[in-house]
Design a protein around this ligand. Sequence first.
Ligand SMILES: NC(=O)c1ccc[n+]([C@@H]2O[C@H](COP(=O)([O-])OP(=O)(O)OC[C@H]3O[C@@H](n4cnc5c(N)ncnc54)[C@H](O)[C@@H]3O)[C@@H](O)[C@H]2O)c1
Length: 294
Amino acid sequence: MPVVTPTTASALLGAGYDVRVERSEQRIFGDSEFEKVCATLVPKGSWTEAPTEHIIIGLKELPKDDYLEFLQDDSGRRVAAFGYHAGSAGAALGVEAWAWPHAHPGEEFRGVKPYPSEDALVSHVKSVVTESSAKIGRNPKILVIGALGRCGKAAVDLALKVGVPAENVLQWDMAETAKGGPFVEIVESDIFINCIYLNQPVPPFIDTGSLENPDRKLSVVVDVSCDTTNPHNPIPIYSINTTFGEPTVPVPVSEAFSKDLLPSLLSLKDRKSTKVWAEAEKLFHSKVATLSGY
Ligand SMILES: NC(=O)c1ccc[n+]([C@@H]2O[C@H](COP(=O)([O-])OP(=O)(O)OC[C@H]3O[C@@H](n4cnc5c(N)ncnc54)[C@H](O)[C@@H]3O)[C@@H](O)[C@H]2O)c1
């Protein structure tokens, strides 16, 4: 979740701050959105070289094994990919999110935790989906796009393992999407799992208009590919990433989070006399004092 969005960057610039934003292909808000509000874009990862008087703002923990997925061999194939597990975990989450409201009416679905083993995951999701399907008298219908790839195959396997009948698991790849979207088959499914490797522009698979379809069954979209910041994102119906704590986050959260922080950010100039920053600095120094060599 970005701490500074284009809206809050604009407010900070207006208040006289010099705002620099690292370039990123991953962030929910694209570089161009920051450029539009006249923030200065700087290279990704350049914060480590920034002058010490610059204030670095960021929320995520630092990556331990950055870019592993993008290391490529001579023929351009990724030397390491964790697609199988991503597809499997995404499908498990999707099936559980679909089943949840039937098993727990009125309760929000939140707080997914790691499982000790794949068997434990499968057995849990299987019990939830069996209970919900029995309650409503039918199994979910799932459409997986990119079904011939690593993530897609894993998503299909998982759906079958948790007991969704094979005839309810539609498997699409290049041949089925060649006709060009939006595809009504997506809204006619309960769960849509996107697992494509987007390497060329494609028309959207689904758009906000599709969601208005009165016959829509679709209630869960699992976007394993997660190309939200790509201009050719085939699922342009949301622009936010989910978390383990809130696996199904409503769309406007990013902006709301940053807006809540804005008053504090605007008071950075007077940080010595502002409680929130003075307290933060005190905490910082107390933590630094616990490090050896300081
Ligand atoms: N969310 C995560 O944590 C996570 C983890 C791993 C991979 N991924 C992403 O998931 C995506 C898939 O990864 P993978 O390792 O399974 O890739 P892959 O290359 O093994 O499979 C991709 C599949 O998508 C199909 N495809 C491509 N364009 C398509 C289109 N327009 N219509 C239908 N099918 C199409 C390909 O034919 C292929 O079968 C990548 O974008 C990858 O970056 C995300």
